[in-house]
Design a protein around this ligand. Structure first.
Ligand code: AMP
Ligand code: MG
Length: 390
């Protein structure tokens, strides 16, 4: 049995980045950039008006004759003298001769002339060529997570294809004779299967939208066979249940029979002690405990960082924060605890019912309260670490 920190470092060491692929910018949301990108153009590509108004050569004359009009998208080679102006609109090309734009609200139009009521400073209201970024300058660095704004930034520079780390193919293998899919009739002795749909939802949080779900009965032969097939097709295999010490828990043996290397089995923690982590080549296997709260805890704390590492993320763990605990807590287990808690701006409360078999508390919790195995007593109002998950 190992400690939580050891388990986390073994996972980080053994989770290789996925291969790099080129994708269309419009499909890149949530991916991690696998190359540093430099701008192919100046942006703006020309001097743009930042206002609706009049472009002119800065002058003391307050009445100018309006000789032309420049709309966004137009280009005209307009010559201007000191007593002339061009009607101009936001985003339009500023005639080469002009150096200033006066906003419409500071002028009065009179026939073919305009009176400047309030003079702008020289060079006002013009966005310089390359003001946002110049050709050859850094757009975004390798390992940046691609957001909607980043996609917009690429697009405004005319970038259509970028290199990202591909997403791993994930399978969820559900074990257990007692399990019935929600929506089916619940016979005596059976329970509804909830881990697959829960893990599917949690996977969406890192952009893994369609894991493949497999189901298997508690049989060594059938479990070995399905794991063999999963290992040839998927980069990450999440197995639910069958990893404890019961007579019908066959997952560990089936994994070893398939040549999966055991990197650790069992962590000194509650919930989620019987977690197995192994690998075969670059494929990773997490055999998660069947108890639903244990399963989800192990997913967040261990499987999620592995997924993030493979996806190219640099910060792979859920961030920790400090809060004052609202009541004293005693840890007599000598295990690290991931308690379900509810935090606000200042405090955190340990929720009732911490059973690993139940999701009723987890469903209203917004964080884990992290109590290291070395800590026996926490006093009321003591600052402790929490790990928000929503
Ligand atoms: P196991 O780890 O297979 O011994 O399962 C531990 C407990 O979790 C048992 O009470 C199982 O019935 C329950 N369990 C296992 N898998 C699931 C699942 N997919 N959905 C809901 N409960 C499960
Ligand atoms: Mg089972």
């Amino acid at each position: 049995m190992i400690q939580v920190d050891q388990a986390l470092s073994i996972i980080a060491q053994n989770s290789a980045k996925m291969p790099v692929k080129k994708i269309k910018v419009g499909k890149a949301l949530g991916y991690v950039l696998a190359e540093t990108i430099y701008s192919p153009i100046d942006m703006p590509p020309f001097r743009q008006s930042a206002m609706d108004g009049y472009a002119f050569v800065h002058t003391d004359l307050n009445t100018l004759s309006v000789v032309s009009s420049s709309q966004a998208g137009d280009y005209q080679n307009i010559k201007l003298s000191k007593d002339q102006a061009v009607r101009i609109f936001t985003g339009a090309y500023v005639p080469d001769d002009a150096d200033t734009v006066v906003m419409q609200e500071h002028t009065t139009a009179t026939g073919n002339a305009v009176v400047i009521d309030k003079f702008p400073a020289p060079f006002a209201n013009i966005r310089k060529q390359g003001e946002q970024i110049q050709k050859g300058q850094l757009v975004l660095e390798k390992n940046t997570i691609i957001t909607a704004a980043a996609i917009g930034f690429f697009a405004c520079l005319g970038i259509t294809l970028i290199k990202v780390y591909s997403k791993p193919k994930v399978a969820i293998l559900v074990t257990g004779n007692e399990l019935v899919r929600p929506g089916k009739k619940l016979a005596k002795g059976k329970i509804f299967e909830s881990n697959s749909v829960m893990l599917q939802a949690a996977l969406k949080e890192v952009g893994i939208k369609k894991p493949t779900i497999f189901r298997v009965k508690d049989s060594l032969k059938a479990t070995t066979k399905i794991i063999e097939s999963c290992l040839t097709q998927f980069d990450i295999l999440l197995i639910s249940g069958g990893i404890s010490v019961g007579d019908y828990d066959f997952v560990k043996e089936a994994l070893l029979q398939n040549g999966v290397e055991e990197l650790f089995y069992k962590i000194n923690q509650k919930p989620g002690k019987p977690l197995f982590f192994g690998k075969k080549d670059k494929q990773l296997v997490f055999a998660l405990p069947g108890n639903p709260a244990s399963s989800l805890t192990c997913f967040y704390v261990y499987a999620l960082p592995a997924l993030k590492k493979r996806l190219g993320f640099t910060d792979i763990h859920l961030p920790k924060m400090n809060r004052k605990i609202t009541s004293a807590f005693h840890n007599n287990t000598a295990k690290t605890l991931f308690l379900k808690g509810f935090y606000n701006d200042e405090t955190v409360t340990v929720l009732e019912s911490q059973s690993s078999a139940m999701l009723n508390t987890f469903a209203v919790a917004n964080c884990f309260i992290y109590i290291p195995h070395t800590v026996e007593n926490v006093a009321q109002q003591q600052e402790i670490q929490i790990i928000p998950f929503s």
